[in-house]
Write a protein that binds this ligand. Structure first.
Ligand SMILES: NC(=O)c1ccc[n+]([C@@H]2O[C@H](COP(=O)([O-])OP(=O)(O)OC[C@H]3O[C@@H](n4cnc5c(N)ncnc54)[C@H](OP(=O)(O)O)[C@@H]3O)[C@@H](O)[C@H]2O)c1
Length: 292
């Protein structure tokens, strides 16, 4: 298969690249904003005319600055929604299956049980709204492929909560972290493995999905406070973590209080085994030690 990964220098894109190095069967191509600005329909079409067609397109490209999106709404929508239409249109024309990544922030967080794929969406932020519009672009555009919603992504690459906590943990004696936002962390490496497993699964290859939604995060549930505690403990950092409410740490963008994703559908459809977040966090911390 010819597989294209967009946003290949981001957290998820990098993890896919690391794993795909060992794939001797499929032919992977990687692009990011510097050589493939997805918001430019003309350039994207020209690029595919030269390089295409592809069998699968994994769209890891996104505008992910959640707080900045509140004031940069136009840019967030351009990357997270308009660009998905552009890419989706090309996928439909060249008969490629697209795997598009979305977020738990499409939900408002008022639920009392893990969110299922068909639960009501109601984003609380401009970022969440732009990602929801990206999902709709794929569904309404009848783009062949699937949407994977994930949450609290981290990895040894790029900026993320784990790396921020490690930095603060070394610099500070104490830190306040919110305990009233509950979700599930996702190690980007695990998600990357799941994506590559899905691509090879007969259901993905034969089912005529057009924007079918699946949820993926690591197993288990925690607050950002619990997550921070675990990072400190596993890294033998003595920084004290104090639990605070979201109101005590105001940010431009509202976050859902509860955004745990139900993963039953992805597990039963593709037979995916998902590690617990504490197990995967330990693996990531070890990886960070190796590369630092
Ligand atoms: N991070 C999270 O906590 C989280 C949680 C839930 C869902 N997700 C979703 O998971 C996916 C992967 O997230 P991630 O954390 O890997 O994102 P990331 O690290 O921010 O990577 C996104 C990549 O897309 C690139 N990009 C931005 N604008 C582009 C454009 N116009 N054309 C082409 N590429 C462009 C970025 O380049 P620049 O860096 O140069 O802008 C970056 O390399 C995204 O869809 C995101 O919405 C993320």
């Amino acid at each position: 298969m010819k597989i294209l990964v967009t946003g290949a220098n981001g957290q998820l894109g990098t993890e896919i690249r690391m794993i795909a190095k060992y794939d001797e069967v499929n032919d992977f191509s990687y692009v990011d904003v510097d050589n493939f600005d997805m918001t430019n329909a003309f350039d994207v079409a020209k690029w595919f005319a030269n390089q295409g067609p592809f069998d699968v397109v994994i769209n890891c490209a996104a505008y992910t600055a959640v707080d900045k999106a509140e004031t940069e709404i136009k840019t967030a929508k351009l990357v997270n929604s308009v660009a998905v239409s552009i890419l989706g249109d090309i996928c439909r024309k060249m008969n490629a299956r697209m795997i598009h990544i979305s977020t738990d922030y499409v939900f408002d967080g008022q639920n009392y049980r893990p969110y299922q794929e068909d639960d009501l969406v109601n984003p609380a932020s401009a970022y969440g709204q732009s990602k929801l519009e990206g999902e709709l672009a794929m569904i309404q555009g009848e783009v062949p492929g699937i949407i994977l919603r994930t949450s609290w992504l981290y990895s040894p690459y790029g900026a993320n909560f784990v790396k921020t906590m490690l930095r603060f943990g070394k610099e500070r004696e104490s830190l306040n972290v919110v305990f009233d936002q509950i979700g599930s962390p996702t190690y980007a490496h695990d998600l990357a493995e799941a994506i590559l497993q899905i691509i090879h699964h007969p259901s993905f290859q034969t089912t005529n999905w057009k924007g079918e939604i699946f949820h993926y995060s690591n197993e288990g549930v925690c607050s950002w406070y619990d997550f921070a505690l675990e990072i400190m403990e596993k890294s033998h950092l003595s920084c004290q973590i104090n639990p605070i409410r979201s109101e005590e740490y105001p940010l431009p963008a509202a976050r859902p209080h509860y955004s745990v994703l139900d993963k039953k559908k992805i597990k039963s459809t593709f037979g995916i085994h998902i590690p617990h977040w504490k197990v995967s966090l330990a693996v990531c911390l070890e990886e960070l030690k190796q590369i630092s």
